[in-house]
Design a protein. Structure first.
Length: 113
């Protein structure tokens, strides 16, 4: 079966950095576009960044220039580097094989002001 496991979240001060990781098993990872989403308390889950099979990237406007998505197909892992963090970046972060039903438990990012 497909497993999605996110890690790397934590508590950080505004302006700090974190690196999130997501490892996926049970799919041909290299053939899948991968995405990171986040969900703030009381809000809908929103797309943050996406990376295609060939490495083309897209970012939500509020994170462009601060976050970087990357992938390592040999490790079946997608990363999200979070820099210059702001309190409004707080939330659960989830990765997802693009437009699939597969989700992990997420990893919590909390940014204090």
């Amino acid at each position: 079966q497909v497993q999605v496991v996110e890690s790397g979240g934590g508590l950080v001060q505004a302006g700090g950095s974190l690196r999130l990781s997501c490892t996926v098993s049970g799919i041909i990872f290299a053939f899948n576009t991968m995405a990171w989403y986040r969900q703030a308390p009381g809000k809908q889950r929103e797309l943050v960044a996406r990376i295609s099979e060939r490495g083309a990237t897209n970012y939500e406007d509020s994170v462009r220039g601060r976050f970087t998505i990357s992938r390592d197909n040999a490790k079946n892992t997608v990363y999200l580097q979070l820099n210059s963090l702001k309190p409004e970046d707080t939330g659960g972060y989830y990765c997802n094989p693009w437009q699939s039903q597969y989700w992990g438990q997420g990893t919590q990012v909390t940014v204090s002001s």
